[in-house]
Write a protein that binds this ligand. Structure first.
Ligand code: FES
Length: 185
């Protein structure tokens, strides 16, 4: 699914973004990507950072010899790519009708309280991104949440608390920039 392009300014002075750009450049060089590998490279960057940092896209453009506008276009075309920083763990809470009538709102509120962010947000330490979805196709198991692609059905507030402990105990990712404003050139 195609997303709308944003038209925001770039903060060139952000040192953290520079760090990421450097890492992405190293990734590009290390694996010898060529021009036809653009999508694969964007996938590999996403696998590493969970999003496509602006500085990294500029580096991709330079190293592959692809105009930045073309790189940006590819990065915004596929829903699998995000220009916004995303957490190490992606939590999706189904708020579809079947889950809603079984208490999805309470589950969502409990998760928001536990990880201290609202739906649609990413935590400052980039541990979690919290999203809502309208149906996960497993209505009989509702209320249901998905964490990093793993389905957890018949959730209760108590189960959520226990479940999240499993993820907060994992190694934290290096804090990276929360800035991801983009502009096409
Ligand atoms: S409404 Fe939640 S899985 Fe269908």
């Amino acid at each position: 699914m195609k997303r709308e392009k944003t038209n925001k300014t770039i903060d060139e002075s952000n040192p953290l973004d520079s760090d990421i750009a450097q890492e992405v450049c190293e990734l590009v060089n290390r694996n010898g990507y060529k021009k036809p590998d653009l999508i694969q490279l964007l996938q590999d960057i996403t696998a590493e950072y969970n999003y496509l940092p602006e500085g990294g896209l500029r580096c991709v453009s330079e190293r592959l010899g692809v105009p930045f506008a073309e790189v940006y276009s590819a990065a915004t075309f596929y829903k699998a790519f995000s220009l916004e920083p995303r957490g190490k763990h992606i939590i999706q809470v189904c708020v579809g009708t079947a889950c809603h009538v079984r208490g999805a709102s309470r589950i969502l509120e409990e998760i928001e309280r536990r990880i201290n962010i609202k739906a649609g947000e990413t935590s400052g330490d980039l541990m979690f991104t919290l999203e809502t979805v309208n149906c996960l196709g497993a209505c009989a198991l509702g209320p249901i949440i998905v964490i990093d692609g793993e389905y957890h059905g018949q959730m209760t507030s108590a189960k959520v608390s226990k479940l999240l402990e499993r993820y907060t105990a994992t190694k934290r990712v290096k804090a990276r920039t929360v800035k991801s404003e983009m502009v096409a050139v």
